[in-house]
Design a protein around this ligand. Sequence first.
Ligand code: ATP
Ligand code: MG
Length: 617
Amino acid sequence: MISGKEFRKQLGVHRWAYGVLWRVNRFYTLGLILCGFLAGMTPVLLFMSLRGLIDDQLSNQGKGVQNWLFLLMWVGIAEAVVGLAHKLFRNLLRERALVEINELILRRSLLRPVSFFEQSKSVNQLEKIKSNSAERLVELVGRNSQIIASLIQIVTISVMLARIEPLILVVVPPCFLPYLWFQLRLGSKMSEDIQERAKDRRRIGYFVGLLTLPQSVAETRLLGISDHLISQFRAALSTKRDEEAQKDFKQFIGGSLFSILCTILFVGLIYRMLMRPGGATVGLGSIVFFAASSIRLRKSLEDATHSLAAIADHQVYAASLKQFIDGKDDETPIAKTPLETADGIRTETTEQAASFRSEICFENVSFRYDGQEHLALSDVSFTIHPGETIAIVGENGSGKSTLVKLIAGIYKPESGTIRIDGRSLADHDMDDLYQKIAFVFQDFGRYNVTLLENVAYGNWAKYSKESEADLVAELQPSIARVGLEKELTKMPKGLQTVLGRTFGEYEPSGGVWQKIALARAFAKKAPILIMDEPSSAIDARAEFELFGRISDLSEGRTTVLISHRFSTVSMATRIFVIDRGRLVEEGTHADLMKLNGRYAMLYNYHKKLHGEGGVND
Ligand SMILES: Nc1ncnc2c1ncn2[C@@H]1O[C@H](COP(=O)(O)OP(=O)(O)OP(=O)(O)O)[C@@H](O)[C@H]1O
Ligand SMILES: [Mg+2]
């Protein structure tokens, strides 16, 4: 049995579901509820008119038959129309809810910190709510109205039947209650497994993706692991299939036992009615009524139990959706609501923009990824002055990308303070800060839109409002600067070519994608420029043209650049060396070479590998 608190919580989920759908469309929600009530009333009226019709025909020589026929016709029409209307309202509401609720999910996602999407618990929660949550909300409300209909039918039919044979009230509960308990237990077992099912679905989707998505299909074939992946996919799907089959089988056995028992008992009662002294006085209409109604009663009892079991399932999804939308899961507090003006685009005063000093200061900053034991950054302190160009070097996994993501406020430090423009990150409005930072991620986005849009995404709030001609004029310098002009001549529609394999007309090479990402960052014209290995896929000549003169690159901006290319690194104003999450050395190339520490060691390895020409000594 569930506790009172749990019951109140479940009731809250139902109330919330009605509220959401009411806001989506009042008319359809009301229609769905009303249809439930009406559907509950029709069966008993149908059987009553049938009984009246037969009894009148036999005893009153057909007097009043027209009235019963008239009622029968209207009730028959009502039953059919109400059934169809219920389906119509459910479908219409589902279509509306699909758009509204999914948009709400996406908008709520925007308020979550990036770390939320990296935790497997939240990924499972998201998987759960993304899997048909709109449909499940509508189903929850639809099932509620079905239960109402079934309950009305159960009560009205039982009362009518009991007037003919009171024993029915004694025989039905002992059959029905164990069946109800069985179905609810089955439902709650399925609800417990929902978390596991979400994980299974993700695994299945993952294997399908590896075998069918363009970015992985060539490699998996070449590695010869396609068969292995198919067997993994099969295993994940088989577990799911076996569990579903087990549940279906149990439901079949339980349902059959209940139906057999009920039918035998009802037939027994009819036999008893006929055989008891004076049984002949029972009208034929009543016997037909009893037979038809008792079968309908069994069906209503079955419907009510199925609906209850289905509600237990839908309720778990609805509760997850509610929790996500309300943001009441303590572990993932919702970030500040974005500051939006009436037209949805953030603006700032020129005064605010002009007074911004792009100084970055770390004070004893430590950071740990969620669920990890070791610190990714440990007690890091430094100050980057406005206009400086800082290069960060360090071995793989030393914490370079983590550090620059902390500068951009993507993660919050576990301890210590990060100040930008003299103010702690916590005091910044993150959306305003994002406007001040252009960031080329190590794993940058390859957007399947036109080349022009790919670059304009650098400052979409501004560029989306401009005409195409203005946009081209404004973005052309950034496109030319990263050396994309030659590539443009190969694209079928020039700047308007849709890129990418998914929807595109042209697939740029890896290096060209990286140049596009750089053009996007330059197009932002932000006072802080962060680049995480921006030349890893770019050829030597393009790299020289792009990064050859570091002053050209920074153009007076504060620039933070992660690179394994010492030719670029050595030109920076200062170099930070990161080792196992700690800032171990700091200074100019000459300072660090003189120090003969970690930087000198990495530099010498690089020199040995690439020769003198590979580095700018
Ligand atoms: N999202 C994450 N969740 C958990 N741990 C992470 C995550 N991202 C990185 N790490 C861990 O944090 C540490 C630092 O990673 P980071 O990506 O900052 O290294 P890096 O210096 O940029 O390496 P590379 O040169 O390979 O890009 C590593 O131990 C890595 O395994
Ligand atoms: Mg990195």
